[in-house]
Design a protein around this ligand. Structure first.
Ligand SMILES: Cc1cc2nc3c(=O)[nH]c(=O)nc-3n(C[C@H](O)[C@H](O)[C@H](O)COP(=O)(O)OP(=O)(O)OC[C@H]3O[C@@H](n4cnc5c(N)ncnc54)[C@H](O)[C@@H]3O)c2cc1C
Length: 454
């Protein structure tokens, strides 16, 4: 198919180098990524996606698929090839009676939360509202609602997707069940998802906010947090973090620029229950700030948005972790203390609770036996500081990796090689490679954490 033929079939926008808007259209969230695709196909519907896939395949173009464009390694864009850009496909529809929501493949977490909050419901997503639902879900989807309701994929009921041969299919537990198994954790390897259908839960207000402790208190706080979260009821939750208090009015000025360890709380339990259940943990040591109370769920989901606009430099490393020994806590403390000034941080997301009640072979997401997903994130607005945040992140990872479960969450990885991808899927990899061979034998969809057709 020629570009002229694609234009004739296409309802969306085709953007090439030199066209107005090309430089904006090729940007992704991570300012470190600077790639120049030949063609960007901004789709309006599944027919556009089918045409774009056909064009990419027939012209043998390296093809990237862009959902929210948030991937740390920049997997939503490529050099020299085609970008199938879904950022204009952001329709949503809540089925109030069935407690489900259908969202198009370019929706952000904020789009989905906004659509469902009006109905007093929510489904598990991430923790920053501008992240794409597509990439996040296809890799698993870890967030504030993971302990009560599981990963995003544990609430996924169905996808519509365009395959490498250009067909559009529906996958669920009855139609293409092997494909449906694979997209629940296997990333964008199997086709372009044009819409997702999720189960909803009665979540409207949550008891949320941060507790900060000076970083010197890490050994006591991290040990107490681990004990707390492994025993807490599913509806009482919070993730652990290392951070530097940003100089914004939200935080008292005497804390600005100070390194802290923290818990960012989000409990779906009734406020009195959440308050009672977290009180002792929030009083461990000497907290520097404790600001927890009832907030609308979308407000929590967008709490970090103003601090993390698109275009910052990002570099990250990750691991799954079963538990934190006294020795590993000491290593975390030492490495976190060395964080470059600014926005760099470490998040330790609890993935026990509901996510543990799904078997490790029930979906492609393998690490159902890990209790935590760790991510070390170097972030800085200045391109000149890219090397500093990268070095800190890699050094931190090298120091703590020996204490990990081995593999990492695919959505928190950079380009780290095939062995690392295999380590993420463990014994699910072989089945994924077979399904890949069935649905994408030529590995057309390879701008991702790639599963090679077996
Ligand atoms: C600020 C920030 C906060 C984050 N917080 C969380 C969090 O709380 N929890 C969490 O689990 N993750 C989180 N992430 C990680 C996030 O899940 C990944 O970066 C994910 O890849 C983002 O998806 P996207 O659609 O925005 O990315 P994109 O860059 O658009 O795409 C990422 C990958 O998904 C594929 N893809 C995208 N859309 C489609 C589609 N429609 N069909 C098929 N394949 C597709 C792409 O081909 C690519 O391989 C966060 C990332 C950032 C930058």
């Amino acid at each position: 198919m020629s570009l002229e033929k694609l234009r004739a079939r296409f309802r969306g926008q085709i953007i090439q180098a030199g066209d107005p808007g090309y430089d904006d259209a090729r940007k992704v969230y991570n300012g470190m990524i600077d790639r120049r695709p030949r063609v960007i196909a901004r789709c309006t519907d599944a027919s556009d996606v089918m045409a774009a896939v056909e064009y990419g395949r027939e012209n043998n173009l390296l093809t990237a698929v862009r959902g929210g464009g948030h991937n740390g390694g920049g997997l939503g864009v490529c050099d020299g090839g085609l970008v199938i850009d879904l950022s204009r496909m952001r329709g949503t529809r809540v089925d109030q009676a069935a407690h489900t929501v259908r969202v198009e493949g370019g929706c952000t977490g904020g789009d989905m939360d906004h659509a469902t909050h009006g109905f007093g419901m929510a489904t598990p997503g991430g923790t920053v509202s501008s992240t794409g639902v597509a990439g996040l879900t296809l890799g698993g989807g870890i967030g504030h609602l993971t302990r009560p309701y599981g990963l995003a994929i544990d609430n996924l009921l169905e996808v519509d997707m365009v395959l490498a041969d250009g067909r559009s299919v529906t996958a669920n537990t009855k139609e293409h069940p092997d494909l449906f198994w694979a997209v629940r954790g296997g990333g964008g390897n199997f086709g372009v998802v044009t819409s997702f259908k999720f189960r909803l839960h009665p979540v409207s207000m949550v008891n949320a906010g941060p507790t900060f402790w000076p970083i010197e208190q890490t050994p006591e706080v991290m040990k107490a947090y681990q004990e707390f979260i492994l025993a807490a009821p599913d509806d009482v939750s919070g993730f652990f973090a290392f951070l530097t208090v940003p100089p914004v009015p939200l935080f008292p000025s005497e804390l600005h620029g100070k390194k802290m360890c923290a818990v960012i709380w989000c409990s779906t339990a009734a406020p009195e229950k959440a308050e009672k259940a977290t009180r002792a943990m929030r009083a461990v040591g000497k907290p520097a700030l404790d600001h927890v109370g009832p907030v609308p769920f979308p407000a929590l989901q967008s709490l970090f948005d103003p601090l993390l606009p698109p275009g910052l430099q990002w570099y990250w490393r990750a691991d799954f972790v079963k538990d934190f020994s006294k020795e590993s806590i000491a290593v975390h403390h030492a490495q976190a203390t060395k964080a470059p000034a600014g926005l760099s941080q470490v998040h330790i997301y609890p993935i026990n609770g509901a996510a543990h009640r799904v078997g490790r072979h029930d979906t492609a997401f393998s690490y159902r036996d890990a209790n935590f997903a760790l991510v070390i994130v170097g972030v800085d607005p200045k391109p000149g500081n890219g090397a500093t945040i990268t070095k800190w992140c890699k050094d931190y990872f090298d120091a703590v990796h020996p204490f990990s479960s081995g593999g990492a969450y695919v959505n928190f990885m950079m380009d780290e090689g095939q062995e690392r991808v295999k380590a993420s899927f463990r014994d699910n990899y072989e089945r994924l490679a077979k399904i890949k061979k069935t649905y994408d034998p030529a590995n057309f969809f390879r701008v991702n954490q790639n599963i090679r057709p077996s």
